[in-house]
Design a binder for this molecule. Sequence first.
Ligand SMILES: C[S@@+](CC[C@H](N)C(=O)[O-])C[C@H]1O[C@@H](n2cnc3c(N)ncnc32)[C@H](O)[C@@H]1O
Length: 363
Amino acid sequence: MSISFIQKFTVSASRWVRSKCRNLGKFLRGSPRLKKWFYPPEKIVTPAEKYREVNVNYFSDLHTQERMLADKQRMAFYHEAIERKIKTGDRVIDLGTGTGILAAFASRQGAGQVYAVDHSSIIEHAKMLAAENGIENVDFEDVHSTKLYLEEPVDVILHEQIGDFLFDEAMVPNVCDLRDRLLKPGGLILPSEFEFYCEPMTMHDDRREPYIWELDDVYGFDFSSMERSRPYDAEYNGLVSCDLGVVKHFLGEVEPVIKVDLNTITESSLPLKVSFSRKVVNPGILDGLVIFMKAKVDHDLELSSSPLDPKRAPHWGFRILRLDQVNTELGDDLEVTLRVKDWADPETWRWTCGVWGGGELNE
Ligand SMILES: C[S@@+](CC[C@H](N)C(=O)[O-])C[C@H]1O[C@@H](n2cnc3c(N)ncnc32)[C@H](O)[C@@H]1O
């Protein structure tokens, strides 16, 4: 048998097989029942589902949990809040119990029943720790909170779902869902009052990290042409830090730009554009905007992640939204706009800050 005969045979055999497969494919797609079986629709993964997976993995890590437990300001705030607000006999949900520490505080405070919910595998440690510490009236529920069903509503929703940028651990949708389904009318959300800050600031001179094209002559080497390659993505322009040596001072009077009351908020009521102004009272180079949060329980019980608050809770980072450097002077006006597509995803945030001095805009 010649080689050319074998080649011809293989080519026409493979053509025949392909055409049969095409016909079979057409037949399967044409029948709704067979189509569903052989060509199942692709699963669409929403950003919320993606984040849920990240959250499960992140919080199953012991180091993540120990950083939170070692944060003395955070622990003192929650211990005091629970001592002040949870009453004997209260039925409590601890949303995102982690190692079970807040559920244990509530139980020791006299709660009648605590439902400690967590979707990450850390809950297995929480069960063991509760048993070893003699905590008895806690039911551990290893589900995502949206899948928690109880026969009777509760008196209190206790939670610590506070992200570095307040909204980035899905606190608002998670708490709203439980509030609307499982909290008694007039029940307590602990904590329920939050403030979101976005303050124009200057960095310490020896800690400033300007954009590469803003660097003054580096030993005779000029980087200014790099501005043509400027990246506009939020990851490059939004830095995350826990380093308290970076921010020197705020330029204006500090004020929250969003106040959140979890008793009344809905996810869709958060504004997607925030505009505000600041008068410069403490001049310096405008390096960026710094994002941080505060949680409040009473006028004298507060948790803060401000980089300039000596009593800040140290494990939270803050975010620096970078800006082109501008020199500001006393009395200048700063006009800030922050636009977001999704508060839970800081990669979708975009911002500007104009500086007006004596009627002129410097940028
Ligand atoms: C910031 S940690 C707080 C842990 C603990 N409450 C504490 O204060 O030490 C948040 C915890 O909530 C869990 N979590 C986040 N979202 C959740 C949800 N929707 N349902 C259940 N668990 C959730 C995480 O797995 C994580 O353990």
